[in-house]
Write a protein that binds this ligand. Structure first.
Ligand code: SF4
Length: 152
């Protein structure tokens, strides 16, 4: 099982509460106008890493973890395995995705990671709804959904 990783930032405070390790996965097809990071759309960008590689880096710090991109949900089975492994360390997992929670819960594939995700920030970035004052999200259509597996 391999992941295409653009970047890993340790100690960020903008991708969820507290100090977190944020992992940026390559690949996104949502193509939101005004996307903060269009270079993340390429599924082949970044570096190929294994589950063991990622867990080794995550365990170097005592931080909670955020999975973002790109959009991690283009690789839902692998992300489910990674999120499960992170949960076993006792840390919380936030996940950012351009899919809406309605699309996710309607899809057996997209919803695979949900049991291991504490919080989802959902939906595409919509430039006309951009609000820099919103904590942890870019536009007001995006929702911060805790315990998303309760919706399954
Ligand atoms: S979902 Fe995120 S990474 Fe993908 S195009 Fe939209 S803003 Fe960019």
């Amino acid at each position: 099982m391999f992941f295409q990783v653009l970047d890993i930032i340790k100690g960020t405070t903008v991708d969820g509460p507290g100090f977190r390790t944020a992992i940026y996965f390559a690949g996104c097809l949502h193509k939101c106008p005004g996307c903060h990071n269009p270079q993340s759309w390429d599924f082949h960008a970044g570096t190929e890493m294994s589950l063991e590689d990622l867990m080794g880096i995550i365990k170097e710090e005592d931080f909670d973890v955020t999975l973002t991109g790109g959009d991690p949900l283009y690789n839902p089975e692998s992300i489910a395995n990674l999120a499960k492994a992170i949960k076993q360390t006792g840390h919380t997992v936030w996940l950012y995705t351009g899919f809406t929670i309605e699309e996710i819960i309607a899809s057996p594939s997209l919803s695979l990671p949900l049991p291991y995700i504490d919080t989802i920030v959902d939906g595409p970035f919509i430039l006309s709804l951009r609000d820099p004052d919103l904590p942890f999200r870019g536009s007001s259509n995006q929702r911060i959904i805790t315990n998303p597996s309760s919706l399954l």
